[in-house]
Every structure is written in C-alpha cells, then in structure tokens.
Design a protein around this ligand. Sequence first.
Ligand SMILES: [Zn+2]
Length: 316
Amino acid sequence: MKNGRKIEDVCDFVVKPIIEALEEAERGKKISPWTKQWKDDGTANTLTGILARNGVSRRPYNGINWLILNMFPEYNSPDWFTLNQLKKLTGMDRPIPDGEFENAMSIVFWKMIDHRTERDSRGRPKKFPLAKTYLVWNRDQIPALPEPKPDVIPPDFDPKTEIDKYLTNLDLRGGVNLGGNRACYIPSQDAICLPLNSAFFNEHQREGTKAHEGIHATGAKHRLNRKMAKGWFDDEAYAYEELVAELGAAMTCAYLGMPLTELQHTSYIASWLKHLKDDPSFIMSAAAHANKAFNYLIGEHASLQSESKESLAYAA
Ligand SMILES: [Zn+2]
C-alpha cells in the first residue's frame, strides 16, 4: 500500500538528509559500511546464461569462476559439467563430441593442503592453498545429455504489491528472475535478477533492493536512455549509475512510506562517491537523473516528457 510522500516532495526529502550525512562524514563522523541485505538461501536463479552453475548440484559458481563462465562463452544453458559428471550422466565413455573437447573452459578451485614437514606452534601441519584447475563443458556442447529437469522456483512475485507492480510495468524483455544470491539488472538481456523474498532480512530491505534494480532498468535505451557503464572497467560511469540507482531507490522507498533511517542508502551512496573522487556535485546531477527514473518507475513518466522544474534545478 502506498502511504508515503507526495511525488513532488520526494526528491528534496531524500537528497537533503543524504547531503547532510555526507557533510557530517566530511567533518569526521563515520558512515557505517554498506552490507548485503539478504542471505544466501541456496537457491539458484534460472535466468538463462546469467548464472553459471554446476550442472549437477545446480549451485552457482562464485568469484573468478563466475566471471570466466558468465562473461566469455556464449551458450544458452547455465549448466556446466566436468568430464566425470558427463560420463556418469550419459553412461558413455566418450560423451564429448569430436571437436568440442578442446572447447572446454578451465575453472579453478582452491584447496587447503597440509604441509608435509612444516608445523604450527601447536604441532599441527601448516596449511597452504593449492589451486586445482578443472575443465568443464556447457550443456549445449553435449547432445548426449538428458534433458534438464525444470527448476522449481516458489511463486514469490506478487504483482499486487506496489513495488512488484512497478517492476511488472517495466515490461522487461528478460523478465524478473527470482532465486540465487545476486540482485542485478542485466542490460544485455533487459532482465532483473533478485533473491527470493524470503532471503531478505526485512521487508524494507527487500523493497529497497527491488526499487534499486528497477531504477537501473529505467536507464535502458528503449526507456530513459541513460548513459550506463559499458563494462566492469568503466569505473566512473558504473559508480555514477549506482548513485542514480540508490538515490532513485531512496525516492521510491520514501514515496511508498518506508522509514529511510532503516535503510542503508547513505552508506551505499558514500561508497560510490569515493569512485567519483569524492565530488559532491555528482550527487546533484545524479539526483536529477534519479528523480526522472523514479517517476518513470512509478508510472509517472507520461507526465514528465518535458523535464520538471525540480529536475532542472538539481541538474544545475
Ligand atoms: Zn546497482
């Protein structure tokens, strides 16, 4: 239920306290670090090609392996298998077709190994990390694999709630994909990934995270066409877009009547300002973009074809 603030008050209501908090931080008051607002509940997101995972356990890969398997190969399936897994699943000695063996991806795992001779102060073998690499193949490379069982994702999206309605109204090409340990918007697929509702520590953090990803989605070419980071290395553009997303999320939360003090917008914004060389003027222009994005998200974009006065004031 929407019982928050009027649209026209929202920008000031959100931006002023954030600027005050950042000014206090400049004078030495500590801003507590941002922490993830949901727990890893062990589910996997099913958005194809987004979340590379072990094809047998269906657990997503982490860290460098996630990067290797998600960023480079262009397969439709998120499932990856080792040779042993493929042998077991297909019952074949040579499950990999000719010409595909060399197209394996190499992933790495770290194992703590006991040192043969060195001992710690209590006489136990010292441990050292050993990297072990594995070759894995994508489901698309192995025609002999049986069809995957469909993922069971609990119905967890309720378009009747205000925030889910906003996400639904964005009409994302790749949809809203639930489950897993990641919240993100993927521009190439025009898709949002979110942990399950039950993974969030409280309802405000859940709505805030949804709003954050929704604001990212408003920046797509066919929506507000906001300049977004081109890649992970476009550091400043990325930081700027994060500022816009978090300010927009704070505006959405205020509009929905959530207590902003319970949320961590300021910490998040402060952390991204560091990437923008601590220049507070970025906050003002980001607030103008965020205001536009917020209006778009809540469905007021039709009345905002020409920029509002507040928006221009913040852009100045
Ligand atoms: Zn973000």
